[in-house]
Design a protein. Sequence first.
Length: 123
Amino acid sequence: MKIRKRSSKICDDLGFTLVELVILIAIIGIISAVAVAKYIDLSDRSKAAVCMTNQYALESAQNIYFADQLTQDGNTPHYAAHLDDLAPYLANNLVPTCPMGFQYEVLSEGKIRCQNPDHERYF
């Protein structure tokens, strides 16, 4: 019976070495760190998009409120001073809220703005 000698030490091993496992874990850690950072950024961007959409909806309700004031006799047309005044002009009579917990404020001439300035940096 002839015994065959193998040319490579890697062929003799049946498993992974400790160094190979450590390198694999390090690579997985780097990939997951990049993925989590990207997910957090996308999450913030989506919350900012929802906030901007809410602001546009509130401004549309402001315009409808103003137009409603024009059609009523004896009223001087004006924009709503409080967000609660816009509830009848919104879906389900609910005033939307910022997804990050900030408040919307009514500015002059029907403009609505979120108190979080970071929401505008995405757009």
